[in-house]
Design a protein around this ligand. Structure first.
Ligand code: ADP
Ligand code: MG
Length: 618
């Protein structure tokens, strides 16, 4: 613990310098709160000594609300009003929700809503109840008011999901010091304890999500090289497979919702027991009368769920490839999440990396502990400051002329990040431009996801190509995006904060990335064609306006005719849409306009553009 220090009293006159800050692991299945006390990270327990708070909230018809174990106990009896796995709904529209919960979802603009006996609830409110319960636990244990919390989110959470998490914290009266990727928090917990340099893989299999991150630790600085995962894969899926198997054994064709919940509870208990034992007996009477009486061996269970274990490996491969690291270069593998207690997972991970994974820290608590360490640092309780770098999962950019994507912040850039790029106008006298903010890897704008659109108006009229529009992308440490545009000669500015209506799930992200790779070649051709088209149109516009201004004065009728027919030829080639003929026609037009351009230069009518190449905006 050499790196932890107790802060010296500063200028403040307050008697207690230590500011109460906590780390919160807001999990799909369980949530935890931890803090640093006397230099040591500690997970805080409730009055009964329990550390894991089930992330379950029950709404009663009389308006009462129960949270945690009491709510989870009601899952079988009152499934319609007992909300589990709400994390999977955060920041999502109905169409994006990957689970079929036991409660009723309502379509709503932006985020899905939940119909309960206690009224319609948003996922943000449900999460706020969980967070409020953790806040009360922390304040009771620490004897004071919190200054703030670091809350962890899956590495793949997009803008909408992160924003929803922040909103939930605000509702719960918690100041968010920072949102932190869960695997990053875990690495933080391990990195500080061991202070070992090298490349680490963090394999996090929780109840509902799988995340794999590749991080580099150097000189006390963590850098996330790449993230990958599957937002629709977790320990719950093992329960579902086992519950199906049990239902088949009990000859239940279509279990009722209550029976299903009971089976899921039994399946989870059997699964967890099989992490310790080779065989379990399950004897239970189900709602409706049937009696379940069976034994299950670990090898039977592993055979039933082998493909779930295997599904975690392709994302691991992708994360390594994205980070440019080979399996041999990985110094250590950290296991996070309750589901990594399964021996089959440990074996598969060990085999993949060719070394046994690190399991010194409790896989349930490791994320909360890392968050607590970070919260302690951010609250100013530590004198040494750390740098913590997360990455963005998909490239961000804008649409340029011809429907192309111009990437401004490449995928896997470390956060926080700010990037700027200059653009210009396409037409003479153009006074407004539309800025379409995109997320994705494809070359064509319509194949990326549109995050936001805004307009920059009031640009003073000037010749095409003279306006200088600086577009700045800023992604803060929480992964929230702000885009600003500034026309630099006039100072006209506009900006948007991007809060998309709802997020992309991991399969969608994975599909977008796979799609981008598959189309790499097509896209390159397509991009050249579009660029040529844009360039041709620009030249034709410029030529037409030059003809109008000086055609009569500087050219004779034959010369004018040659230029007009070269323009016609280019127009025809553009209509055909093939790269080669367009290029030939462009060269043709260039040849017949060279003399005209020289004469115009001579009379100094036109101001030539100097400086860097600018792409044009629509
Ligand atoms: P989350 O991050 O989604 O909240 P957790 O890290 O708490 O999830 O992991 C919850 C999952 O871990 C559940 O599916 C639970 O059944 C599983 N789990 C917990 N303990 C064990 C165990 N001993 N063996 C197998 N799975 C376990
Ligand atoms: Mg977790």
């Amino acid at each position: 613990m050499a790196l932890l220090q107790i802060a010296e009293p500063g200028q403040s006159t307050a008697p207690h310098q230590h500011r109460l800050a906590v780390g919160i692991d807001l999990g799909t299945t369980h949530s935890l709160v931890a803090t640093v006390r006397d230099g040591l990270p500690t997970v805080l327990a409730d009055a009964d000594g329990t550390r894991l708070l089930p992330s379950v909230v029950r709404y009663h018809a009389d308006g009462a609300i129960s949270v945690g174990a009491a709510a989870r106990a009601a899952l079988a009896d009152d499934p319609a009003n007992t909300i589990a796995s709400v994390k999977r709904l955060m920041g999502r529209g109905l169409r994006d929700v990957a689970i079929r919960p036991s409660y009723r979802l309502l379509d709503a603009p932006g985020m899905v809503q939940i119909a309960t006996a206690g009224g319609v609830k948003s996922p943000v409110e449900v999460s706020a109840h969980i967070l409020r319960s953790l806040r009360q636990r922390a304040e009771a244990a620490l004897g004071g008011e919190l200054v703030g919390a670091v809350i962890t989110v899956p590495a793949y959470f997009d803008e909408a999901q992160r924003q929803a998490t922040k909103d939930a914290a605000r509702l719960a009266g918690i100041e968010v010091l920072r949102l932190l990727a869960e695997p990053t928090a875990a690495a933080l917990a391990y990195g500080l304890d061991q202070a070992a340099e090298g490349v680490y893989a963090v394999y996090d299999l929780g109840g509902g999500t799988f995340d794999i991150s590749v991080l580099r630790l150097t000189g006390g600085v963590f850098e996330v090289l790449a993230v990958n995962g599957d937002a629709a894969l977790g320990g719950d899926d093992f329960d579902h497979v086992l519950a199906d198997w049990m239902a088949a054994r009990a000859l239940l064709d279509a279990p009722t919702s209550c029976q299903r919940q009971t089976l899921l509870g039994l399946a989870r208990a059997a699964k967890e027991a099989l992490s310790e034992r080779a065989e379990v007996a399950v004897i239970h009477s189900l709602p409706g009368g049937q009696v379940l009486d069976l034994t299950l061996s670990r090898s039977q269970f592993e055979a039933l769920t082998a493909d779930l274990v295997a599904r975690t490996l392709p994302p691991v491969r992708r994360a390594l490839r994205d980070s440019g690291v080979t399996v041999d270069e990985v110094t250590g593998v950290v296991l996070v999440g309750g589901a990594t207690r399964m021996p089959a997972i440990r074996a598969a991970v060990g085999q993949f990396f060719g070394r046994p994974p690190l399991t010194d820290l409790d896989p349930d608590a490791v994320v909360a502990i890392g968050a607590a360490l970070q919260a302690d640092a951010l609250a100013g309780n530590r004198s040494d400051d750390w740098l913590l770098l997360d990455v963005i999962p998909l490239s961000l950019g804008i649409e340029t002329l011809g429907g192309l994507t111009e990437k401004i912040v490449p995928r896997n850039s470390t956060l926080p990040v700010a990037r700027a790029q200059d653009f210009t106008t396409f037409k003479d006298g153009q006074t407004a431009i539309a800025i379409q903010v995109l997320q994705g890897e494809r070359e064509r704008a319509d194949q990326c996801r549109a995050l936001a659109r805004f307009e920059l108006r009031g640009i003073p009229p000037m010749p095409a190509g003279l306006a200088r529009v600086r577009v700045t992308f800023q992604v803060d440490a929480d992964g929230l995006l702000r885009v600003a545009a500034l026309e630099q000669t006039s100072g006209v500015a506009a900006e948007v904060s991007v809060k998309p209506a709802y997020g992309l799930d991991e399969p969608t992200i994975a599909a977008m990335l796979a799609d981008a790779r598959a189309h790499l070649l097509d896209d390159a051709d397509e991009r050249r064609l579009r660029e040529l088209t844009v360039e041709s149109e620009r030249i034709m516009l410029a030529t037409a306006s030059a003809l109008e201004a000086d055609g009569e004065r500087l050219l004779n009728a034959v010369e004018r005719g040659a230029i007009l027919s070269a323009m016609d030829a280019l127009r025809t080639a553009l209509g055909e849409g093939r790269i080669e003929p367009i290029r030939v026609a462009m060269d043709g037009l260039d040849a017949v306009t060279a003399e005209f351009a020289a004469r115009r230069m001579d009379v100094a009518v036109h101001t030539a553009l100097t400086g860097q190449h600018l792409a044009a905006l629509p």
